[in-house]
Design a protein around this ligand. Structure first.
Ligand code: BG6
Ligand code: MG
Length: 214
């Protein structure tokens, strides 16, 4: 199968790098402190979802209500834990597979961008040595609606100067696959709860599989 596209928009967490495990650790630390049950299955529902919406999902298991100010403090606490974990990342956390595939896609003439719900996107890209690599970045600081809303991908395409129909999206989140489809883009699933969710256009067997279908 081949997709005729001019640009590829990548989700960040769980696609370019494996910060999804740090999100899990940081939320788990908060949930444990509050005595709220949290596991990997619940964590899967947080993929692609904004920080505050993620907190609301975690608090579904709480037996008490919290004020907006308390919720803000919890989100900040989680983000502080998360950023400490991010500081341990280096360019060695970018796999050769991802690095080489991105380089080959660029050599083939594709525009490459990021479409992530994360407000830490630029910090993460700098940590892994991709701070200046992408042709455009749309992230949690650009949007008011997170995935499955198409806003972040439409913003990324606009920054690239590309029509949505010319863009493919690579996602590990089902919410991200839904966002890509809602944007009128081709949705490529890689791992996570995106894989086999039934709404994807194609399941990538690996990141490098992009080179077989583009
Ligand atoms: C997404 C992650 O990329 O970013 C979500 O998949 C996360 O799990 C979201 O909640 C927001 O991240 P941040 O870094 O702004 O808290
Ligand atoms: Mg993701």
């Amino acid at each position: 199968m081949k997709f005729e596209k001019k640009a590829v928009i990548f989700d960040l967490d769980g696609v370019i790098c494996f910060t999804d495990r740090f999100h899990y650790q940081a939320w788990k630390a908060l949930a444990d402190r509050l005595g709220i049950y949290f596991d990997e299955t619940i964590n899967n529902r947080l993929r692609g979802v904004s920080r505050m919406a993620s907190l609301e999902i975690i608090l579904e298991r709480s037996d008490r209500e919290y004020t907006p100010a308390e919720k803000e403090a919890f989100a900040e606490e989680k983000n502080n834990t998360y950023r400490e974990l991010l500081k341990t990342m280096t360019p060695a956390d970018l796999t050769d597979e991802v690095k080489d595939t991105l380089a080959e896609l660029r050599r083939r003439g594709y525009l490459l961008s990021i479409g992530s719900s994360s407000k830490n996107t630029k910090f993460i890209l700098e940590r892994i040595g991709l701070g200046d690599f992408f042709d455009a970045i749309a992230d949690g600081t650009d949007i008011t609606h997170s995935k499955p809303d198409p806003e972040v991908f439409l913003c990324s395409a606009r920054k690239l100067g590309m029509a949505p129909a010319d863009c493919a999206v690579v996602e590990d989140a089902r919410a991200g696959i839904q966002a890509a489809r809602a944007a009128g883009m081709t949705a490529l699933a890689l791992h996570g709860d995106a894989e086999g969710c039934g709404e994807e256009d194609y399941n990538l067997s690996s990141f490098a599989d992009l080179l077989n279908i583009l």
